[in-house]
Design a protein around this ligand. Structure first.
Ligand code: GLC
Length: 426
C-alpha cells in the first residue's frame, strides 16, 4: 500500500463512521459517540476538513454536565447492540449519557487544531467558545477527583482511563464487589472475539461500580470518597496536564487572562506531583492506588504515556530508553503491557496490544523533548502495522494480528495525522 492508498483508505473509514455531527468509533461494536475517540478523531478530520473537525468537538462539549464533567459516552440514538446502555446508567439526561468521564484530550486537540488551522477566523471563533467549557471540565477534575489537592486526579472506574482492562487495575479491582449485580448479556462479545475482550468477572465489577454511583445520583461531590476504586494513573494525569498546559498558552494568546493563569497553575502543580509516581528502577511512571496508598508495580503503557506531559527532559530520555527495552521483546512498538511480564496477553485489549492513539500521544511527548529518533521508529511501526493488518482497533505487538473492531475511526485519524506530519517510510 503506498502513502496515497493508505490516506484514501483512512479517509474512507472516517467517512463510513461519520454520523453527520459526530463519529462512531466503529459500526456495530461502538454505535455512539465516545469522548476521547472524538477528540482524537477531530485531529484527523482537521487535516482535510476543518469545519467538520470543529463540529466533532462542538457536539462532544454540547453534552457537558452542569458541574463541568464531560461524559464518556453520548447515546445520541437508541441501539440495542450495546451493553450497558442508557437504562443501566440512569443519568436522567435529555440526550442520555454515561455518568463517568474519559481522558481529557479534547483541550489538547482544540489547541492543536487551532494553531495549525488554515481558516484562522473560524479557528479563533471556535477556540474562544470552547476554551471556557474545556477549562470548566479541567477544574471539575481537580475539584471532584483530587479532593485533598495533591495535584493528581483519581479515576473511579477503569472505563474512565480509556485502558479498560489494563493489568494496572487488577489488584485494586479485586476489592470491587460483585454482590447485587444481576444477570446481564454482554454485547461486545457478539461483535468481537471474546478472547480479545475483558472477562465476565471484570464486567460484573464494572457494572457494580456503575450501580454504586447511580445509587448516589451521580453526585460528583460524593462519588470520589464513596468509591472502592480510586486510581491515580500517570497517563491519564499526563493528558490532563498537557491539555491544561496547551490551554494556558492559547488562552493567553487570545487574551483570556483568567483561564490562562488558572490553567498554568493546574499544569505546574500537576507536573511537580507527577514526580511522586516516577519509578527509577523501571525508568517510567507507575500508578498509585489511592485507597491503599500503594504504588502499583505494573509495567504498563500508562506510565510511559506520562511523557505526554511537559515533564523534565531527563525523564523523557529515560522513557525513550524504556521503550528501547520493550522493543527487544516485540516486533511493533509500543505494547500496552511489557511482553516480558507474566500478565502480558498480546491479543487482549489493553493487556498487551498496540494502540495507535497511545503511540501518537507518546510520540508527541517524545518529540517535545527532542527524542526524535524514537519518534520516527514508533511512527514507522504504526504504518507497518496498518499496512500489514489494516485499520483495526488494536494489534498484537508480536504478530500484528488485527484485534477488536475493524474499520476503526481513531486508528484512521491517527494514520492521517502520521502521514501528514511525519516523513517516515510507509
Ligand atoms: C474501548 C476502549 C476505550 C475507547 C472505546 C471506544 O472501550 O477501551 O478507550 O474509548 O472502546 O473506542
Amino acid at each position: 500500500m503506498n502513502r496515497q492508498d493508505m490516506m484514501d483508505h483512512a479517509r474512507q473509514v472516517m467517512t463510513d463512521n461519520d454520523r453527520g455531527t459526530y463519529t462512531v468509533p466503529t459500526h456495530g461494536l461502538y454505535p455512539f459517540q465516545w469522548n476521547w475517540d472524538s477528540a482524537l478523531s477531530a485531529l484527523g478530520f482537521s487535516q482535510y476538513d476543518e469545519p467538520r473537525a470543529w463540529t466533532e468537538i462542538d457536539t462532544l462539549m454540547a453534552h457537558q454536565w452542569d458541574d463541568g464533567m464531560v461524559p464518556h459516552i453520548i447515546f445520541h440514538q437508541p441501539d440495542d447492540g450495546y451493553f450497558p446502555g442508557p437504562d443501566v446508567w440512569g443519568t436522567g439526561r435529555d440526550v442520555p449519557t454515561t455518568g463517568i468521564t474519559q481522558p481529557p484530550v479534547a483541550g489538547f486537540a482544540v489547541c492543536r487544531i487551532h494553531d495549525r488551522a488554515k481558516d484562522k477566523a473560524l479557528a479563533s471563533e471556535k477556540a474562544r467558545a470552547l476554551l471556557p467549557k474545556i477549562h470548566a471540565w479541567h477544574q471539575w477534575f481537580y475539584r471532584s477527583r483530587d479532593p485533598q489537592s495533591t495535584g493528581l486526579v483519581a479515576l473511579l472506574h477503569p472505563w474512565e482511563s480509556g485502558r479498560d482492562n489494563s493489568v494496572d487495575w487488577d489488584a485494586a479491582f479485586e476489592r470491587v464487589p460483585t454482590e447485587g449485580v444481576g444477570t446481564f448479556t454482554r454485547r461486545d462479545t457478539t461483535h468481537a472475539n471474546p478472547a480479545h475482550r475483558p472477562t465476565d468477572d471484570q464486567y460484573r465489577r464494572y457494572i457494580w461500580l456503575v450501580q454504586k454511583f447511580r445509587s448516589l445520583n451521580w453526585d460528583n461531590s460524593k462519588l470520589h470518597d464513596a468509591s472502592p476504586f480510586q486510581m491515580v494513573d500517570p497517563g491519564f494525569n499526563a493528558i490532563l496536564i498537557r491539555s491544561c498546559h496547551k490551554v494556558a498558552d492559547l488562552a493567553g494568546r487570545l487574551g483570556m487572562v483568567e483561564i490562562a493563569a488558572q490553567s498554568r497553575a493546574m499544569a505546574d502543580k500537576g507536573v511537580a506531583a507527577m514526580e511522586t509516581l516516577w519509578d527509577e528502577k523501571l525508568g517510567q511512571y507507575l500508578c498509585l492506588d489511592r485507597t491503599t496508598g500503594d504504588v502499583v508495580d505494573s509495567p504498563s503503557i500508562g506510565g510511559i504515556l506520562g511523557v505526554f506531559a511537559p515533564i523534565p527532559k531527563e525523564r523523557a530520555a529515560a522513557i525513550s530508553r524504556r521503550i528501547e527495552t520493550l522493543a527487544e521483546s516485540c516486533e511493533y512498538l509500543i505494547p500496552s503491557h511489557d511482553p516480558a511480564a507474566p500478565e502480558f496477553e498480546g491479543l487482549r485489549y489493553w493487556r498487551g496490544p498496540v494502540w495507535l492513539i497511545v503511540n501518537y500521544m507518546i510520540s508527541d511527548g517524545l518529540e517535545q523533548a527532542g527524542e526524535t529518533r524514537m519518534v520516527d521508529r514508533i511512527m514507522g511501526d504504526c504504518l507497518r502495522l496498518i499496512e500489514t493488518s489494516g485499520f483495526a482497533e488494536y494489534h498484537d505487538p508480536i504478530t500484528a494480528e488485527p484485534c477488536g473492531g475493524a474499520h476503526f475511526t481513531w486508528t484512521a485519524a491517527m494514520v492521517i495525522e502520521i502521514l501528514e506530519t511525519h516523513k517516515v517510510a510507509a
